[in-house]
Design a protein around this ligand. Structure first.
Ligand SMILES: [Zn+2]
Length: 78
């Protein structure tokens, strides 16, 4: 029973080493994908509160972007 446990731990360690290394090697491409996603989805700032959100989720009005209908309908800040 102990042998099975040791073998299981050894296999788990081997898999962790293999996938741990491949995951570390895969980090730069993952960062590249994040960059690609950031480039694909342009971020805009809410004209009322300044919070940044994807353009597709922003509400556009008067050539400005808003994070919510409440901020779109709120009077402009002085
Ligand atoms: Zn806002």
């Amino acid at each position: 029973m102990l042998k099975v446990l040791i073998i299981a731990v050894a296999v788990a360690l081997l898999l962790w080493l293999l996938f741990g290394r491949s995951a570390r090697r895969g980090e730069p491409p993952r960062g590249g994908r994040n960059d690609a996603r950031g480039g694909a989805e342009e971020m805009v700032a809410c004209a009322h509160c300044g919070v940044h959100l994807p353009r597709s989720e922003a509400l556009a009005a008067r050539s400005l972007h808003y994070c919510s209908a409440a901020h779109r309908d709120a009077p402009p800040r002085a």
